[in-house]
Design a protein around this ligand. Structure first.
Ligand SMILES: NC(=O)c1ccc[n+]([C@@H]2O[C@H](COP(=O)([O-])OP(=O)(O)OC[C@H]3O[C@@H](n4cnc5c(N)ncnc54)[C@H](OP(=O)(O)O)[C@@H]3O)[C@@H](O)[C@H]2O)c1
Length: 294
């Protein structure tokens, strides 16, 4: 039995869709089984006897976390640790999702899994705490760090760009932060592959789509590819700006590219280029394939 925690989030919804089409039994939970409540987790595990637990739940509002760090820490730190303790107790393997925000973004080459972490803000600190608690409580863990996620369900950069590009004549987008846009489908597919493989060694792995760009480069490609599919008109002037010109209360890593060779060699599998993944995602939107049920 696979237990997907956070099944109604952006990643969770996509993973639920893949699990629904797969051959293994699975069960999902979200906020009704609060991960900050160890007894609720234990009860759920006792009823379902999972052999895999995937934690896709989190406190993900990066800006709000600056004002609510204790609450973010309770979920991203303590909550993740509670899940890990339950996984250990019931003999399940745990897959935990983490983030590029554990790094400070001052690097100049793709981050390796064992590079030193140094989060810049509250969200990154709470996610780093979660990684540490998962490691301590459940030796049989797989931590998947990802970045720049977008998908069908929830707030994300692609959805925001499509809306604003349809409404505005100009749009200013940051051009001095580099990373890799990642479709939730890519990460959900990797999670399914890790479970099917069964023998991936415990530890941390980086999972994003391949290649790199800036937020401005991502926006330009969204506009080009979405306009080509008739999703937006295409006349918006997308202008590059510096991070210093964009008001944000949270410092964001300037360089977020992650090295994916570890997961690719473990799974003998090639991650898709971010432009190809974006094209497939926009194809889904333009073909009006129904979004998965919430
Ligand atoms: N989005 C990104 O760009 C990004 C980048 C790097 C890493 N990640 C990581 O990827 C993972 C998935 O992110 P996402 O964007 O899919 O997140 P999301 O859309 O915010 O989904 C998280 C889910 O967890 C639920 N949740 C929150 N607190 C909970 C609690 N105490 N108990 C049980 N469920 C709770 C949320 O419910 P509510 O909505 O009701 O709060 C939501 O359904 C997270 O670990 C995140 O840190 C995301």
């Amino acid at each position: 039995m696979i237990w997907l925690i956070g099944c109604r989030g952006m990643l969770g919804t996509e993973l639920a869709r893949l699990l629904e089409g797969g051959g293994r039994p699975w069960v999902g939970s979200d906020i009704e089984c609060d991960i900050t409540d160890p007894a609720a987790l234990r009860d759920f595990a006792a009823r379902q006897s999972p052999d895999w637990i995937v934690n896709a739940s989190a406190y993900t509002n990066v800006d709000k976390a600056e004002d609510e760090e204790p609450r973010a820490l309770a979920i991203n730190g303590g909550g993740a640790g509670n899940i890990a303790a339950v996984a250990k107790a019931c003999g399940a393997r745990m897959i935990h999702i983490s983030t590029d925000y554990v790094f400070d973004g001052r690097g100049a080459r793709p981050y390796q899994e064992d590079d030193p972490i140094n989060p810049l803000g509250a969200y990154g600190r709470t996610k780093a705490a979660g990684e540490a608690l998962v490691r301590a409580a459940c030796p049989d863990h797989i931590i998947l760090r990802t970045a720049w996620l977008y998908g069908r369900h929830g707030k994300n950069f692609v959805a925001t760009m499509l809306k604003l590009m349809a409404e505005r004549a100009t749009l200013d987008v940051v051009s001095d932060q580099r990373g890799t846009p990642t479709w939730t489908h890519t990460l959900a597919d990797v999670i399914v592959r890790v479970i099917a493989h069964g023998g991936v060694q415990p530890g941390a792995y980086h999972v994003t789509d391949e290649g790199e760009t800036t937020w401005h480069g991502f926006a330009v490609e969204i506009q080009r590819a979405a306009a080509a599919r008739g999703l937006i008109p295409g006349g918006c002037d997308v202008r590059p700006i510096l991070s210093s010109q964009y008001p944000s209360k949270t410092p964001r890593p300037a360089y977020s590219v992650l090295s994916k060779s570890r997961i690719q060699s473990a799974l003998k599998f090639q991650l898709p280029d971010w432009r190809a993944a974006l094209a497939a995602y926009l194809d889904e939107l333009s073909e009006n394939i129904p979004a998965p049920l919430p």
